[in-house]
Design a protein around this ligand. Structure first.
Ligand code: FNR
Length: 339
């Protein structure tokens, strides 16, 4: 008999795919100035992100685990990560800390990707003891802690107390592996980043609005569907990256990364690396494992080609390339005093 929590994990996957849509993460509000003279060859481009020894500035971000079906998906995601040499994050391991019968649905990530870079994952509010157990479960190379207040509030059974900084500070102080504090698709503000920097956080994933939408997913799980009005809550990934631009922290970005151009723009806006969740899930469910491998390979090749097109031989060089903002994004930046 499947537990209520395992069932929820299956529903998340089903609903993320049901609501998969074209990215609305604000990348179409940022345009590169075309240079007709790139003075560069594709073979000149180095895509290495100077982050944790990763080869690519793209990783598979947190999704799942906790049920038979999602364990199978994790096994496939791990094989893809291994074949493409991409880092991969586990879905929240909280369920496995309570129920040992589902631990294998997470450890399959390590089983299929023994040498790979794996990020453990837990929600904020967990203790260092929990975080330590989550890292050990996967022999993880880094730990993600997710901030998901909007998601919890839309869940009838969700948390209602969001005093998170104290536990977070302890985890950051104790962890032997890097800790990345992430959102789940509502973005981050400069004020949040300042508060995180003050407790010693060095890595964030701004995880903005515009891709997978947990206000929509959790609302559709509610019998009353009361929170439909919250569907456009949060800062887009583009807006969140502008918020992060003045922060001393290393920012990663997830949220609506679907095309190599989305990735190029996020990297230009300051992301050290870009995470993909919903898009990889969509490819895997629709087209299967081999096709997802092929698509990710093409994604990386095209990202290299786009770097050539804008005349950037490295991610550092990319950040100096000229872009213009559409009026709405420019207005956001001005109102927030970010431009
Ligand atoms: C997620 N995401 C997520 N994040 C997290 O930190 N812990 C988790 O357990 C989950 N679970 C989860 C399930 C599913 C099915 C999806 C699609 C996503 C959020 C994810 O890591 C990412 O931050 C957002 O989905 C935004 O990125 P995309 O999906 O727009 O690329």
């Amino acid at each position: 008999m499947q537990s209520q929590q395992s069932h929820r994990k299956d529903e998340h996957v089903f609903l993320a795919e049901k609501y998969y849509h074209q990215s609305q993460a604000g990348f179409d509000a940022v345009r590169f100035i075309h240079t007709a003279l790139p003075e560069l060859a594709v073979s000149d481009v180095n895509l290495q992100p100077n982050l944790f020894g990763w080869l690519h500035p793209v990783y598979i971000n947190a999704m799942t685990g906790g049920s038979a079906q999602t364990g199978k998906l994790n096994g496939q995601l791990a094989q893809i990560a291994q074949q493409q040499q991409l880092a991969i994050a586990s879905g929240s391991q909280a369920i496995a800390l309570k129920d040992s019968s589902v631990v294998e649905t997470f450890t399959t990530l390590r089983k299929h990707n023994p040498e790979g870079f794996i990020l453990a994952n837990l929600g904020a509010g967990h203790t260092w003891a929990d975080a330590k157990a989550a890292i050990a479960m996967l022999d993880a190379n880094a730990l993600e802690i997710h901030l998901n207040a909007a998601q919890e509030l839309v869940m009838p059974e969700g948390d209602r107390d969001f005093h998170w900084l104290d536990d977070l500070a302890t985890i950051v102080a104790q962890s032997p592996v890097p800790v990345i504090v992430k959102e789940v698709g509502f973005g981050m503000s400069r004020e949040t980043l300042v508060a995180l920097a003050e407790i010693g956080v060095q890595y964030v994933d701004v995880a903005g609005r515009g891709g997978t939408n947990f206000a929509q997913i959790e609302n559709s799980r509610r019998p009353d569907k009361d929170f439909a009005y919250l569907a456009s809550w949060g800062q887009t990934t583009a807006e969140s990256l502008l918020e992060a631009a003045s922060s001393p922290m290393t920012a990663l970005a997830t949220g609506g990364i679907q095309t190599p151009l989305d990735a190029l723009i996020a990297l230009r806006l300051g992301a050290r690396s870009v995470g993909m969740s919903g898009q990889v899930l969509h490819w895997l469910i629709q087209d299967g494992l081999d096709a997802t491998n092929t698509k990710l390979q093409a994604f990386m090749a095209q990202l290299t080609q786009l770097m050539t097109l804008v005349g950037a031989n490295s991610l550092n060089a990319l950040r100096d390339k000229s872009v213009v903002y559409a009026p709405e994004l420019l207005s956001y930046a001005k109102q927030r005093q970010l431009a």
